[in-house]
Design a protein around this ligand. Structure first.
Ligand code: 13P
Length: 290
């Protein structure tokens, strides 16, 4: 079922676990996340980027997520979120389309401009009861794999505190050592995360979780990461499975036979993340047939 993100986050905070925010790119990955949520008996955030909106169209992706949530994951709560909205147009279109959470990412702008822009989105979001995620201290990377020599900047604690105070965002993303993609240079600066949590007291969104060892993810959740974004691991599972299935079945002409294993590949990745984040088993839906 489709729910407001605030309900998921509140339960996660009370229960000491984190909610996975999973990037989807097509119908197969949406089905994979929904099936994983049912199998794991876990709440989930399905998030779309501007790239996915360009690829699928805002209305189609919104309707597909909503229909899949209602029909395939009827008993588990799923929230729909915009990831890294860079333009007002996208952010407001998503609010109008019924998203319960949007990320305005103006982190590349000087702090005062980031604050001004984010504040405007928060004002509109509040009026429509939509949660707004802000970002300070840009989170770098490019959803690549095994990058080298990536410089990962860290957010400035005082700037994060000032930003949260002035914008009144509902959730905060900040560079704490992770990057989008899978990079050898990634890490989590736990002290910075701890201080951000202590001083802002709002839900923290850990971006760039692909490529971070499980132990560090667990520690970040203990310290206070409430939402954990996973994108690249889903893309890689989908693409590797599709490529190998196409190579094995070069004469296949039914797209469903080529794509079917990708749904399961995404489902398995997401299922394991739900177990890692502690959200698995948190929804009481009785026996699940797999
Ligand atoms: P990864 O691609 O590293 O999993 O990061 C995803 C993300 O943070 C999306 O905002």
């Amino acid at each position: 079922m489709l729910v407001h993100i605030k309900d998921l986050v509140k339960d996660a905070q009370n229960g000491g676990y984190a909610i996975g925010a999973f990037n989807v790119h097509n119908l197969e990955s949406i089905l994979g996340v929904a099936r994983a949520a049912v199998r794991a008996k876990s709440p989930a955030i399905i998030q779309v980027s501007e790239g996915t909106i360009k690829y699928m169209g805002l209305k189609p992706v919104t309707h597909i997520v909503s229909t899949v949530a209602k029909n395939i994951a009827a008993k588990v709560p799923i929230a729909l979120h915009l990831d890294h909205g860079k333009s007002f147009d996208t952010v407001f279109a998503c609010i109008d389309a019924g998203f319960t959470s949007v990320h305005i990412d103006a982190s590349e702008l000087p702090l005062d401009e980031n604050i001004a822009l984010t504040k405007r989105v928060v004002e509109i979001g509040r009026a429509k009861k939509v949660w707004v995620q802000g970002e300070v201290g840009v989170i770098v990377g490019g959803h690549g794999q095994r990058g080298k020599d990536l410089k990962i900047p860290l957010a400035d604690l005082d700037e994060v505190v000032e930003f949260v105070k002035k914008t009144k965002v509902n959730t905060i993303a900040a560079g704490v050592g992770t990057a989008h993609g899978i990079y050898a240079e990634e890490d989590i600066k736990f002290n910075l995360l701890k201080n951000i949590k202590l001083k802002t007291k709002i839900p923290f969104v850990l971006h760039g979780a692909s490529g971070i060892p499980d132990k560090k993810i667990k520690k970040a959740i203990k310290i206070g990461a409430n939402i954990i974004n996973v994108g690249t691991d889903i893309k890689v599972a989908f693409s590797k499975t599709l490529i190998s299935n196409c190579i094995k079945n070069k004469k296949e002409t039914d797209p469903r036979n080529l794509l079917r294993p990708t749904i399961k590949a995404v489902e398995d990745v997401v299922f394991n993340k739900m177990k890692l984040f502690g959200s698995a088993g948190k929804v009481d839906i009785g026996e699940v047939k797999t």
